[in-house]
Design a protein around this ligand. Structure first.
Ligand SMILES: *Cc1c(COP(=O)(O)O)cnc(C)c1O
Length: 485
């Protein structure tokens, strides 16, 4: 192509592609529109359902046409009409199922600025500031946990990836090789989160022996059973490798006896991993720190800021007691990155996780902590604990039975009808009715073959109002199911 032609084409293409950089006026128009949208969304939360079964067949969004440009108001209307209505609304204070979090507005501001600046958060050389922000948050979390120095950590997309990083690090730190897998043993309980089983499979440990250690009456790991099993396994020539404890199980919020488990781990040279994706940030409260004593002895710990710190989905943290173990599992060399290695004042996230180019996700955690300070987080977590106590007392007054005393902010409960009707069938129907109403969302679990209802209170937006609404709903739905039979 002759140069004249090249220059002509470039001129034309430049003109066409600059629409991707909207003018200041254009940006202001968008900002006004999306600010209005978020204002309405937040203002309406308590008037809208937490869950809606309607319009699941609406496939407008599957058939999105990308061939032409659209005005911001039309685009936002598509979201309002087709994204908002069906399914769960996790931003609502009425979300009391699974493990909620809410989604802090301050985090949205962080996300917005992370996208606008597009800082490259994977490597110190590229953005010392972004890496320092991530490392500062890891240090802050490690401090909450009780890790002193020498640890490593990474801000991940969630607890599942954080668990995967921990399991992978454990595998390499303990030198587990393919030829030994059938002799290698992992210990956990049946209330361990399924993301751990996934992580074990993804990390290539599918052929390991997995021991489900018995639970006591409060659904905590029976440490005597653990010690016995490890001893037996050693006697039969197996290699005990990893024990996984819960700092707040998803099902019932139970906390394993972490200190005792850490002792068994130490005596037998096991890697001790603690899954605190749900419960970890309760360590901010003095009254909960006692319950998780021993967590600082773990070799690795996972926490989910999108649960216990109320961030929007997409934020987990893994901490590894010895940074070197993490580096061993994840560091890399790449020819095209040769210029980055002379900048090693700070460890870079890319050396400690599978990600290279990573979302500057630490800004969504940093912004709320900076704007609000830690104290409101502590107060909100205390409020959730007290709401849980309140719900527990009230639901028992309504005739429901508890599976066990709640330790954190999950209550596992059910109604056992005294008219001979099957309890599982009853509670299933009760939950369907609550879902049909939709004002408050709850979820269920299956424990030992029993259909169990769960109250999971962790959104910063959940207040007494929502708990009272749920209690009203449970009473009304219970009467309806009883009358239907
Ligand atoms: C939520 C949860 C996970 C999984 O975390 P994601 O952030 O959903 O990937 C793991 N363990 C526990 C205990 C959890 O509550």
């Amino acid at each position: 192509m002759d140069q004249h032609n090249i220059l002509n084409q470039l001129q034309e293409l430049e003109k066409k592609s600059t629409v991707l950089e909207p003018s200041a006026n254009n940006r202001m128009q968008w900002e006004e529109a999306f600010t209005k949208y978020s204002k309405r969304y937040i203002d309406e939360l308590n008037d809208k359902p937490s869950f809606s079964l309607e319009n699941y067949d609406d496939d407008t969004l599957s058939n999105t046409d990308f061939r032409s440009e659209n005005a911001i108001d039309d685009v936002l209307r598509l979201l309002k009409d087709h994204l908002e209505p069906p399914g769960l609304n996790p931003a609502s204070g009425g979300h009391l199922g699974y493990i909620p979090g809410g989604g802090l507005y301050a985090a949205a501001v962080g996300d917005y600025l992370a996208a606008v600046t597009n800082k490259y958060a994977g490597v110190f050389y590229a953005s010392p500031g972004a890496v320092r922000i991530e490392n500062a948050l890891i240090n802050w979390t490690a401090n909450v946990l009780g890790y002193n120095r020498g640890f490593g950590g990474n801000i991940t997309s969630g607890g599942s990836i954080a668990n995967l990083i921990a399991i992978t690090t454990a595998r390499d730190a303990k030198g587990i090789k393919g030829k030994d897998l059938h002799k290698t043993v992992i210990y956990m309980t049946k209330v361990a989160h399924h993301s751990l089983k996934k992580a074990i499979v993804i990390a290539g440990l599918r052929e390991c022996v997995i021991r489900e250690i018995a639970l006591d009456k409060q659904y905590k790991m029976d440490v005597v059973a653990l010690a016995d099993q490890v001893k037996n396994d050693k006697t039969s020539g197996l290699n005990p490798f990893l024990v996984i404890g819960n700092a707040g199980s998803t099902d019932i919020g139970s906390i394993d006896p972490l200190l005792e488990i850490s002792q068994v781990a130490k005596e037998n040279d096991l890697w001790f991993h603690v899954d605190g994706a749900y419960g970890g940030y309760f360590l901010l409260l003095d009254e909960c720190r006692e319950k998780m004593k021993g967590i600082a002895d773990a070799d690795s710990v996972v926490l989910d800021p999108h649960k216990g710190l109320f961030l929007p989905y997409g934020t987990g943290i893994v901490l590894i007691k010895r940074l070197e173990d993490m580096k061993q599992a994840f560091s890399y060399e790449a020819n095209y990155m040769q210029d980055t290695v002379s900048f090693e004042q700070e460890v870079s996230p890319a050396e400690l996780s599978p990600e290279l180019s990573k979302h500057f996700r630490s800004l969504r955690m940093w912004m709320p902590l900076k704007l609000h300070g830690e104290q409101p987080f502590i107060d909100a977590l205390k409020e959730k604990l007290l709401l849980t106590e309140y719900f527990k007392q009230k639901v028992v007054e309504l005739g429901f039975e508890l599976l066990t005393e709640p330790e954190l902010t999950v209550v596992a409960y059910r109604y056992v009808p005294n008219n001979g009707m099957d309890a599982n069938e009853f509670n299933k129907r009760l939950m369907d009715k609550v879902h049909q109403d939709g004002k408050i969302f709850i979820s269920s679990t299956n424990i030992d073959g029993n259909y169990i209802l769960r109250f999971a209170c962790l959104s910063f937006r959940t207040h007494r109002y929502h708990v009272d609404e749920l209690l009203k709903l449970l009473l009304a739905c219970k009467e309806e199911v009883l009358a239907d039979m």
